[in-house]
Write a protein that binds this ligand. Structure first.
Ligand SMILES: Nc1ncnc2c1ncn2[C@@H]1O[C@H](COP(=O)(O)OP(=O)(O)OP(=O)(O)O)[C@@H](O)[C@H]1O
Ligand SMILES: [Mg+2]
Length: 226
């Protein structure tokens, strides 16, 4: 994934003010910075949910900014997995169907999608919660369903915006371990977080944002797992 000189202007606010950033396959990059510094805007550009005012965004070899709406939606569903602070699960679908739906949306037959969804829930340790609706799941369980959904179509890039932001310290820990484990298995991850423990545990690179600009970018050795 590569951003080149990306600017995004909303009215008279430059949410991104000339950002260049490369995330290579296998990287786990954590973006940190104060509220309003442009972190979510950055993820929105990468996911093609919004277009840069100027500059280019390339993901998995494709120019995201140049795509039309339909092509972009297809690309996003197939190549990008997104994990959200507040999970964004569908309340009227059980866990398994929330995950399987991501496959159904790219044309995977129902049975195959359910089988893959179950395999993912199993890998994430919540197969026994497959029939539960989001309302009765704990925060940590909900986020694991959210991660399973994001992984459903084997994305080139996993994006996460404050994935532990709504979790208590115990369930946050599960999600930190999970993201670390996924990256160790080769999943490329770009995450935005205020959670120092998450960044310290998971990221191979740290990027600090202030006022829509990268002010620091460092490689880091991950904290050893206890
Ligand atoms: N759709 C929008 N319309 C207008 N202004 C926006 C929009 N999205 C973001 N902004 C503005 O752009 C700036 C960056 O916002 P952004 O949401 O990217 O910050 P953030 O770093 O994710 O903050 P937080 O840590 O609070 O989530 C802010 O000034 C915000 O008000
Ligand atoms: Mg944000």
């Amino acid at each position: 994934m590569r951003l080149e000189a990306v600017r995004k202007v909303y009215g008279d606010v430059a949410a991104l003010d000339g950002v260049s950033l490369e995330v290579r396959g296998g990287d786990a990059v954590a973006v940190m910075g104060p509220s309003g510094s442009g972190k979510s805007t950055l993820l929105n550009m990468v996911a093609g949910l919004d277009k840069p005012t100027t500059g280019t965004v390339t993901v998995d070899g494709e120019d995201v900014g140049a795509k039309g709406e339909a092509a972009l939606a297809r690309f996003r569903r197939r190549r990008i997995g997104m994990v959200f602070q507040f999970f964004n699960l569908l309340d009227d679908l059980p866990a398994l169907e929330n995950v399987a739906l991501a496959g159904r949306l790219v044309g995977v037959p129902a049975r195959k999608a359910r089988a893959r969804a179950l395999e993912l829930l199993d890998e994430l340790g919540i197969a026994d919660r497959r029939a539960a609706y989001p309302a009765v799941l704990s925060g940590g369980e909900r986020q694991r369903v959210g991660v399973a959904r994001a992984l459903m179509n084997r994305p080139a890039l996993l994006l996460a915006d404050e994935p532990t932001g709504a979790l208590d310290s115990g369930t946050g820990e599960q999600v930190r371990d999970l993201l670390l484990d996924l990256n160790r298995k080769g999943q490329t991850v770009l995450l935005v977080t205020h959670d120092q423990a998450l960044a310290g545990r998971c990221a191979t690179r740290l990027v600090d944002f202030v006022d829509g600009r990268i002010v620091r970018e460092v490689a880091q050795a991950r904290e050893p797992v206890k």
